[in-house]
Design a protein around this ligand. Structure first.
Ligand code: SF4
Length: 366
């Protein structure tokens, strides 16, 4: 049980809906933004009375938090600081998209405490951006990064997407070169997943999605090329310069406590998992769905194995009192012989090619 906690605030609004996106987000009016901020403030106060843990990271995700005014982000941060015990040195991140970032006042947000921005770039190729339904251009990304840097925020992360229809290793190299040229600290690369209830799913036959082999090539190229450019991999999809790993997201994989406030936000606190459903009304009424006990040995293995540092067996034994059973180690040996896993002394971790099939291996292991 940890004394610290990470806070996640979900902002469920976007200027337009991307055809591949299954996040809980919608278009809304300024009045709806304003009302939502008041609901969030109310829930921040509610939760601050339920726990005396110290908040040591805050993450505004979405949706697109940068559709709010910077003053509203500041208002939310002040509410958190006035309600919760807060660590004096917090990582406070917000997601932004390049278009809305052009109007967002990062200076005000930085003064209020924002010290990390994650920008959804997705690709540096106009045809791929069009396919993804993204409304920004590369000029927008350049301007957004300049605006963020000149506000004093130097911890910038860029999101890239792998597996875009018609993407090639060359076009991906162009996207990575572009991100590297912007001199940022962190890059996340997500493999496009076709989720039901999206336009991509409905029209999936019309797109030329990369097959499994090409997707594997794209992923392995990314890991190798980002390393050559100074971005070390620390998680399946995350890469950073030394010391710039995302502290908030590490909490999820290290099974530390976090509290998600907002519709569709999940929490893990004092060994219990719970969440809010995908409805602003239900969130407003504080309808919390209990999701059972968390923190089992299987969960711990699954989360730690997402990290390149992998599972530390000594630590596992400290937490759970005993090592995993014989069957587990026999399977580890099998996958290690196949080159998917490295098992060295007390550490078990995936190789690069192991990460690509990690879901299947983990399902077999636990
Ligand atoms: S901007 Fe992000 S959250 Fe909003 S619709 Fe597009 S992918 Fe989804």
């Amino acid at each position: 049980m940890s004394e610290n906690i990470g806070l996640y605030l979900h902002i469920p609004f976007c200027r337009s809906k991307c055809p591949y996106c299954d996040f809980f987000s919608m278009r809304a009016s300024q009045e709806e933004y304003d009302n939502y901020v008041e609901i969030l403030k109310d829930k921040i106060k509610y939760w601050s009375e339920k726990t005396d843990k110290t908040v040591d990271s805050i993450y505004f995700g979405g949706g697109t938090p940068s559709v709010l005014k910077a003053e509203q982000i500041a208002d939310l941060l002040n509410t958190i600081k006035n309600s919760f015990n807060c660590s004096p040195k917090m990582e406070i991140s917000m997601e932004a998209n390049p278009k809305s970032a052009l109007e967002f006042d990062f200076m005000t947000a930085h003064q209020a405490g924002i010290n990390r921005v994650s920008l959804g770039v997705q690709s540096a190729n106009q045809n791929e951006l069009r396919t993804l339904g993204r409304i920004h251009s590369l000029e927008d990304v350049d301007s957004a990064v300049n605006r963020i840097k000149s506000s004093g925020i130097d911890n910038i992360s860029l999101d890239l997407m792998l597996g875009i229809p018609s993407q090639t290793v060359d076009s991906l190299k162009n996207s990575i070169d572009y991100c590297v040229s912007l001199d940022v600290k962190h890059i996340s690369t997500y493999i496009l997943k076709i989720e039901e209830n999206t336009i991509f799913y409905k029209k999936r036959d019309k797109y030329n999605f990369p097959d499994e082999d090409l997707t594997a090539d794209l992923y392995l190229f990314t890991v190798d090329y980002l390393a050559k450019n100074g971005f070390g991999q620390y998680e399946i999809s995350n890469f950073s310069k030394v010391g710039y790993e995302c502290k908030h997201n590490l909490k999820y994989w290290n099974m530390e406590d976090y509290l998600g406030i907002g519709p569709a936000a999940h929490s893990f606190m004092d060994g219990e998992r719970f969440y809010y459903e995908r409805s602003i009304d239900k969130f407003k009424n504080n309808e919390i769905v209990k999701d059972g006990h968390g923190g089992s040995p299987s969960e711990y293995i699954m989360l730690q194995m997402r990290l390149t540092k992998g599972l530390n067996l000594k630590k596992y034994k400290e937490v759970f009192g005993a090592l995993p059973d014989k069957d587990f180690f026999e399977k580890i040996k099998k996958y290690s012989d196949l080159g998917y896993i490295i098992y060295d002394k007390d550490i078990i971790c995936f190789t690069e090619k192991g990460f690509l099939v990690s879901n299947n291996i983990l399902a077999d292991l636990i």
